[in-house]
Structures are given as C-alpha cells and as structure tokens.
Design a binder for this molecule. Structure first.
Ligand code: ING
Length: 308
C-alpha cells in the first residue's frame, strides 16, 4: 500500500476584478479544510490565480501580460508554498507563465511536501482560436495568448510515486495519457476551465458536456491504469458560465469522488498507488500487448487523411 490522501480543491468563479491575493485566501481556506481531512496532496484548477482571461479579446500586450506570473513562487503565491510546507502537503496548481525570455505558456507545477517545485508542465493542446471570431457566442483565445507547451508530457518520481500533469483540453486527447502511461505514471493531476455552453454548438446540453468530461478522464485512467484527478474552476465569471464536476478516477476507471456544486468545494479520497499494479500487469501490460509496428500514423501525420 502506498497511500496518497488526495484532495481536489475546486474553485468557484474568479471575477475579472478579483485580485490574486483574494484568490489565494480562498485557496488557503481549501488547504486548511484539506489538512483537517488528513490530505497530504492538494490539486487546484488550471489558471487558478485569475479569471479565465482567454475569453477576452485583447490587443495590447501589456494588458495581456497583466494576467501572467513572471516568477513562481512570487509574493502573491508564497503563502500557499509556506502553508503547504508547514502542513507537509504536496500541491499542484495552474497559472499563466511569462518566462524571462518573454514566452507565454499555460503552465502547472508539482510542489513536493517540502515546498520544492519538482515538476513543471506547459499545456500542449490549446483549443480555440487566435483571432477574433465573430461566429462564436464567446471567444476562446488560448491560441492567441499562449504558445503550445515545449516540455512534452513528463512524469516525476516524488511523494513515493510517479506523478504527471496535463491541463484542461489535454484531457480529451488519448495521446496525453499514453505518453505518461509509457513512463509508468501512477497519478495524473489536471485542472480545467470548461464553458458550460459550446461556443460553436449552443444547443449542446450541459449534461452532454459533463458526460464528455467524465468519459475523457475515465478513459485516460482505465486505459493507462493510473489515478486521474481533474479539478474545475467553475461558476459564472463576468457572465460566462463554467461547469464544475471535479472528479477523482481510480486506475480501473471508476469515479470515486465528484464535486456537486459550482463553488469552492473540496473533494477527497484515499488513493493507493499500488492499485495501479493490477492493470499495468494484466490487460494494460504495454510491453506484452502493444504492437508499435502498426501505430506509425499517430506520429507521422497531424490531420486525418481519408481514402480517395
Ligand atoms: N477549455 C475547454 C476544454 O477543453 C473545450 C475547451 C470545451 C474544448 C469543450 C472542446 C469542447 O475543456 C479549455 N480551457 O481547454
């Protein structure tokens, strides 16, 4: 048994005018609750420090860069690192990263129980568009404000296990989990900001979008015999609804915890990392069953090419 007492700290809406300090206070309150419930690892959403700003069209780079962190930890987030370390609690959260070279990424980090950043991930699959799209009910400009991640899908041996990360749209792509699965990942941590309405298909119901959320995370967990925790930023941000549904899925694909509100809400579960062994040594024993001589198209072409 290698137990991780896992907490998912779903955040309710963050309005455009809310400061990072106000958000960090909410995150600390969830960390206190997690400590009281015995958690030793806490996972926060994608872009956890600010509103989901890619919904807003901006042209002035200085205005865009206001949403980014130039260093981590920094003054606003230092209290999170200090309290997590004092609690002996590992932590993962997402934020907009502006590098010293001036590059922009949608980033998440893993901080170990000593308060050290042991891993960084930069979102690879950026949904949406880069220019203002008049056809859409609302904008989704991640391709405008972020570069695709340049770190791949790494995993790290820390906290007595093998941990990896992805971010939001990444969870919909099987390649995301498989690359980590091929590195023996035992727990994937991810955050998301997902609109309750499809900007290109407004008639698509919320239930169908929540189904896709569960389907994507459960499939990734089951097909790679790994734990997956997915944590939402939810609720209505300046009139724009995001759905909740934060969930923890075990290595057999079973949902073991799920949020029920669109507010700040903690979900917790005692995860045994050794529960990944059965799947990895039977149906998903990659070494015994995969036939890579037939998988070439997955890496040799980007788009689909139907027969003539
Ligand atoms: N948000 C959404 C997500 O992938 C989206 C965008 C929603 C894409 C629904 C496809 C369908 O959950 C982010 N931030 O990636």
């Amino acid at each position: 048994m290698r137990m991780v007492n896992l907490a998912g700290a779903q955040l309710g809406p963050i309005q455009k005018d809310e400061s990072r300090e106000q958000v960090v206070r909410r995150m600390l309150a969830l960390m206190d609750e997690a400590k009281a419930k015995g958690a030793d690892l806490i996972v926060y959403p994608e872009l956890a420090l600010t509103t989901f700003f890619p919904r807003w069209y901006m042209e002035d780079q200085a205005e865009v860069d206001r949403w980014f962190e130039r260093e981590m930890p920094n003054a606003a987030t230092q209290p999170l690192f200090e309290r997590a370390r004092s609690y002996g609690m590992g932590m993962s959260f997402g934020y907009a990263e502006l590098t010293p070279e001036g590059r922009h990424f949608n980033t998440s980090i893993i901080v170990d129980r000593d308060g050290q950043i042991v891993g960084k991930y930069r979102k690879v699959h950026l949904p949406g568009h880069a220019e203002y799209d008049t056809e859409r009910a609302f904008q989704h400009l991640e391709k405008r404000y972020f570069e695709p991640g340049d770190l791949g899908f790494p995993v790290w041996r820390t906290m007595e296990g093998v941990f990896g990360m992805c971010i939001c749209n990444d969870r919909r792509w099987p390649e995301t989990y498989r690359v980590m699965g091929l590195q023996g990942v035992e727990m994937v941590m991810l955050g998301y900001n997902t609109p309750s309405v499809n900007s290109q298909k407004p008639e698509e119901g919320l239930e169908q979008r929540m189904f896709h959320n569960r389907l994507s995370v459960q499939a990734g967990a089951y097909q790679n015999a790994t734990w997956v925790i997915a944590v939402a930023k939810a609720g209505v941000e300046d009139g724009h609804p995001l759905f909740g549904g934060s969930l923890i899925v075990d290595p057999d694909g079973t949902i073991v915890a799920e949020a029920t509100t669109e507010a700040d809400e903690l979900i917790v579960h005692a995860c045994d990392l050794d529960a990944t062994v059965f799947g990895k040594t039977t149906i998903f024993d990659f070494k015994r069953h995969r036939r890579i001589e037939h998988y070439g198209l997955i890496c040799s072409q980007t788009g689909a090419v139907p027969p003539a």
